[in-house]
Design a protein around this ligand. Structure first.
Ligand code: BF8
Length: 671
């Protein structure tokens, strides 16, 4: 029987716990309580159900059993995983396509409210593809870049252009294995074709095409999305932000933007600062309009505009539960259908905006880049009109928020490490080579109500920091760290290892760097490539002492990210359950799929994917991998005792000592 959990088993975030207590008080359901009631299907969750044709669904539960067509468990698992990767790639890359069309429209001056904010990035990106830049206007360059990028999605033959940004050795590996990605549209269609009844029936062969599909996302659609977001809205640089439900304001009209696209949310930010809108809000009795975000739309406007994040994926319902949200404006991806039913218990309007996403019962105000600012104003006025319907007696805003410094684009990290005249990754490579930084971990991805909200993110992050591992984050994982103060300049440094602390103090960075939304995992690929190009850490990504983790994954997008990171050379560890775990008591030789995505992919690409439910084991394997890569490079063995004897860290450690001991420690005995 499903069991209800204690509040602290639902979430480690006190703000979330308060809202979950409120849900119980009001008798309202959330994803947390629905997860308790909905026991996952153990056949489907292990990838053992095939529903690709009308002869099934075939559920394979015994060793050696096959489907009606004769499909084996391995074939079925590989098909299911490949289809999930294709769906994830589609979500990221279709967003990238929309950004490319937006860039084209902006270049042709057909839009309202947009401009090319980062001309320098436009020129740098265009030059990578040999688009002429000298003596040309930003619009002319943007027009050519938009045409090139639009053409990438349907490229039929040959690798997509951004692939040339990968290390040379990596490109050769892909070519030799025949997985150099063509356009994402072609790769996804081919995945669907190959996994249709009666097609590709060799699990490993299916999984190789899954790799190609994921690469067309990571080094194609997603990379394009990041480039264009930066060109149109500005490349992120550090600024001050805030995170958690306490950013919702009792005396203001609260508008929460949720989803993944910066195109409309950037216009809502602009419109919210319009004196006419502010006056309209004041006339309605509010102090103004307060914007905040959920999920990756939050990350997009947090890192560029400093707009606060109300929370990550599992906090979307909890934001409504505050009773103080006039409108939740959603675009695409990770939007729970339950929002509309929940909002009916309050006064919150759910406003859908994408031509691709409608929810029964929601208000639809369709986004159109030609009138974006006008639409943003309409949405804000609708929210302001709704302010009078707020029931103050039903309002509960948790007093919980934390400051953070987001905005660590790869361009900024480069500049920050080297300075404006000699931007370089040299100091980072040197710190890894000396052992001050043991290695790098990208801790990314979702929340999942099957595990305690934020617990795995927080645990893995804090433990790796203690071990001198520099952490970079995107997506909902980034918001988790922000909420516990790990992205706050030097404030979190008492929680990190001595060598890493020295580096953070010297460079002036937080120990956890917020690198953006989930499509911005491509920024991490760029950082890894630049570390290779800088020298000293091998000649390809798979040699760097680095690891990727998605401790609370749940979306198909995460699987696409995992596959393209593995194919780029990274060891990727997922927490929670494996979608290809198969039968626990399997007696035949196999588990071909599990072996292929770990040992098989490691042999082919130097990276591997593993699903590890135990958090301590996740951390142990991440550190073992980093140490093994250090040893392979001939770097000194990690030794925490070697560093941390200078700088603020030492002063902090000495603070509590009596003055004589402090003097002796600083100047030697007899001083
Ligand atoms: O794309 S981390 S829950 S919000 S899927 Fe969704 Fe997962 Fe959050 Fe951003 Ni990414």
């Amino acid at each position: 029987m499903p069991k209800k959990r204690e509040l602290n088993e639902y979430s480690v975030d006190p703000a979330a716990q308060q809202m979950l207590a409120r849900a119980e008080e009001l008798g309202l359901e959330t994803a947390f309580s629905r997860a308790d009631k909905m026991v996952p299907c153990n056949i489907g969750s292990a990838g053992m159900c095939c529903k690709q044709c009308g002869m099934g669904p075939c559920r394979l539960t015994k060793s050696g059993e096959v489907g009606v067509c004769g499909a084996t468990l391995d074939t079925i698992q590989a098909r299911n995983l490949a289809r999930s990767i294709a769906a994830g790639a589609a979500a990221h890359s279709d967003h990238g396509r929309d950004m490319a069309f937006l860039l084209k429209a902006v270049a042709n001056e057909e839009t309202e409210g947009y401009s090319i904010r980062d001309v320098a990035k436009l020129r740098i990106v265009a030059a990578k593809y040999d688009i002429p830049i000298e003596g040309r206007s930003p619009q002319e360059i943007a027009n050519d870049l938009a045409d090139l990028y639009i053409s990438q999605f349907g490229q039929q033959r040959g690798e997509v252009a951004p692939v040339r940004r990968a290390p040379i050795k990596r490109q050769r590996i892909w070519q030799e294995r025949g997985v150099g990605p063509r356009g994402v549209d072609r790769e996804i269609v081919e995945t669907l074709h190959r996994t249709h009844i009666g097609d590709d029936q060799d699990a490993e062969h299916i999984l190789e095409h899954a790799v190609r599909t994921a690469l067309s996302d990571g080094w194609g659609g997603s990379m394009i999305a990041t480039d264009i977001s930066d060109i149109l809205f500005g490349t992120p640089a550090p600024l001050l932000g805030r995170a958690n439900l306490g950013v919702i304001r009792a005396n203001m009209v609260n508008v929460v933007v949720h989803g993944h696209e910066p195109s409309l949310s950037e216009m809502i930010v602009a419109a919210s600062q319009d004196p006419e809108i502010i006056a309209y809000a004041k006339a309605a009795g509010a102090a103004g309009v307060n914007l905040s975000g959920i999920c990756c739309t939050a990350n997009e406007i947090l890192m560029r505009q400093g707009i606060p994040a109300a929370g990550n994926f599992l906090q979307q319902e909890l934001a409504i539960m505050t009773g103080a949200v006039e409108a939740m404006v959603v675009d695409v991806q990770c939007i729970m259908q339950a929002l509309v039913g929940l909002a009916a218990n309050f006064h919150t309007q759910i406003i859908t905006t994408s031509p691709k996403v409608r929810i029964k019962g929601a208000t639809h105000i369709q986004f159109d880049e030609h009138h974006a600012l006008t639409i943003a104003r309409t949405i804000l006025k609708s929210a302001i009109d709704n302010y009078k319907n707020r029931d103050a007696a039903k309002t509960r805003i948790p007093d919980a928020q934390e400051d953070l410094i987001p905005g660590f684009s790869h361009e900024y990290i480069n500049y920050m490490l080297g300075g404006s005249y000699r931007a370089s990754f040299r100091p980072l490579n040197d710190a890894i080579m000396s052992g001050r930084i043991r290695g790098v971990a990208a801790i990314v991805g979702c929340n999942n109500p099957r595990s305690t909200h934020d617990y795995l993110h927080d645990k893995v992050t804090t433990e790796l920091l203690k071990q001198d591992v520099l952490v970079v984050q995107t997506g909902c994982g980034a918001i988790a760290s922000a909420k516990i103060g790990l992205m706050l300049g030097e404030a979190g440094l008492d929680q990190v290892g001595p060598g890493l602390r020295e580096i953070c103090e010297t460079v002036g960075i937080p120990p956890v760097l917020h690198m953006g939304s989930c499509v911005d995992n491509t920024r991490i690929l760029t950082v890894l490539t630049q570390m290779v190009e800088e020298g000293g850490l091998g000649d390809d990504i798979d040699q760097i002492p680095a690891v990727g983790l998605a401790p609370e994954w749940m979306s198909e997008k995460a699987l696409s990210i995992a596959a393209y990171c593995v194919a780029s050379g990274a060891y990727v560890i997922f927490g929670g359950s494996s979608p290809v775990s198969g039968m626990p008591d399997r007696v035949d030789d196999s588990d071909i799929v599990l072996k292929h995505i770990s040992a098989g992919w490691e042999k082919a690409y130097g990276g591997k994917l593993e699903f590890i439910p135990d958090v301590d084991e996740m951390i142990r394997r991440a550190l073992a991998h980093i140490d093994q890569k250090r040893a392979a490079l001939g770097l000194p063995e990690y030794d925490p005792a070697k560093f941390g004897a200078s700088g603020d860290g030492k002063m902090l450690a000495l603070e509590s000592l009596p003055i004589e001991q402090k003097r002796a420690a600083l100047y030697g005995a007899g001083a």
